[in-house]
Design a binder for this molecule. Structure first.
Ligand code: SAH
Length: 286
C-alpha cells in the first residue's frame, strides 16, 4: 500500500508542480520511485506485550497510507481486542508476518531506524522524526527496503536490538516523561512519513549518484560481523578485555558506510586469510 489514492495524487501534482517539471521527473523515473517509496517501508513491532497495541498501531499506519507491519515474537498472539483496536485496519494487521527475531524482520533492509523513548541512550546518531522520515523515503526511492523498529511497552528495545539499527529516532518528548504509548509513537512516525511524502520530490534527496555496486543486505552485513567477531577472537585481539566495546564500535563504523556486496566479500576474504594465518601460527591444521 502506498500513500493516497490516485485522485488525491493527481490533484496534488496538479497543484504543486508545473507540467514540464512533472514530465522531466517522469522521464527520469525519479517521480515514480518517490511515489512508490512508502511501499518499501515497513514498521516492525518487537516483543509487543498488549495485543491491543498491535491493532492500534495497524490503525495508525493505515490512516497515514502505510500497510506493511511486521511482528517480532509478540508476547501474546493477535486476539479479538487487537482486531477491535485496529478499527478497520484488519487487513494491515491480518497480513502482518510474525517472525522470531528482529534480525529476521530486517534481513533484506538497507536502512533500519530504531525508535527509542530515551534520548541519547545509544551510541547511534539520533534523528528527529521528520528528518528520519525524509532519510527513509530517500533510501526507499533508491529503491531499497527500509524498516522503522519499535520496542516493548515496558522495556523498549534491548541494546542488542538497537545495535542492529543504523540510526536511532527519538520523538523529542518531555524529558521527565518521555515514553509515548507504542501506537502513539507509531502514529507520529507514520504521520512524518506522510508529510515527507506529500512534500514530494523537493523534500527528498535523490538516490546517491555513482553508486553502481549492489548494496549488501542487512543479513550479509550481519554475516560479516559474525566472522569479524570470530576473527578478533582467533587473533587474540581482545587480550582478556570484554569484546563488546570493540564490536560495538566496529559495527557502528561499518553500518555507517553502506557496504556493497562486493565489499563484504572482500572484507570476509581478508578475515578468512587472517583466520587461516592464526590457525597456522597456533600450529593447528588448516
Ligand atoms: N519504557 C520504555 C518505553 C517503551 S514505549 C523505555 O523506556 O524504553 C514503546 C516503544 O514506543 C518504544 O520502544 C519506542 O519504540 C516507542 N516510543 C515511545 N516513546 C518514544 C519517543 N519519545 N521517541 C521515539 N520512540 C518512542
Amino acid at each position: 500500500m502506498g500513500f493516497g489514492g490516485g485522485k488525491e495524487r493527481s490533484r496534488r501534482r496538479g497543484r504543486s508542480h508545473s507540467l514540464p517539471f512533472v514530465a522531466v521527473l517522469l522521464a527520469s523515473g525519479l517521480f515514480m520511485s518517490i511515489e512508490t517509496a512508502p511501499s518499501r517501508i515497513r514498521f516492525v513491532l518487537v516483543g509487543t506485550q498488549h495485543p491491543g497495541n498491535m491493532g492500534a498501531a495497524a490503525r495508525a499506519m493505515k490512516t497515514m497510507g502505510l500497510g506493511r507491519l511486521v511482528l517480532v515474537a509478540p508476547e501474546k498472539p493477535l486476539n479479538e481486542e487487537a482486531f477491535r483496536r485496529s478499527a478497520g485496519a484488519e487487513d494491515v494487521l491480518g497480513d502482518a508476518p510474525v517472525v522470531a527475531t528482529l534480525a529476521d524482520a530486517v534481513a533484506d533492509c538497507r536502512l533500519v531506524l530504531g525508535c527509542t523513548a530515551r534520548a541519547r541512550r545509544v551510541q547511534l546518531e539520533e534523528l528527529l522524526p521528520g528528518v528520519a522520515a525524509q532519510r527513509a523515503l530517500a533510501k526507499a526511492a533508491e529503491p531499497a527496503e527500509v524498516a522503522f523498529v519499535f520496542g516493548r511497552e515496558r522495556t523498549g528495545l534491548t541494546n542488542e536490538e538497537l545495535q542492529l539499527c543504523h540510526l536511532a529516532v527519538h520523538i523529542p518528548s518531555n524529558p521527565d516523561f518521555s515514553s509515548l504509548n507504542l501506537a502513539a509513537a507509531v502514529q507520529v512516525l507514520a504521520y512524518e512519513l506522510r508529510m515527507a511524502s506529500l512534500g514530494g520530490v523537493s523534500a527528498v534527496a535523490p538516490a546517491e549518484p555513482g553508486f553502481r555496486e549492489e548494496p549488501a543486505s542487512h543479513a550479509q552485513v550481519e554475516g560479516l560481523f559474525g566472522q569479524l567477531g570470530d576473527t578478533l577472537d582467533d587473533i587474540d585481539f581482545h587480550k582478556g578485555r570484554a569484546p563488546e566495546s570493540a564490536m560495538r564500535k566496529l559495527r557502528r563504523l561499518f553500518l555507517r558506510t553502506e557496504l556493497s556486496e562486493q565489499e563484504v566479500r572482500l572484507l570476509r576474504g581478508i578475515l578468512s586469510d587472517a583466520q587461516r594465518m592464526a590457525r597456522l601460527a597456533a600450529g593447528k591444521p588448516q
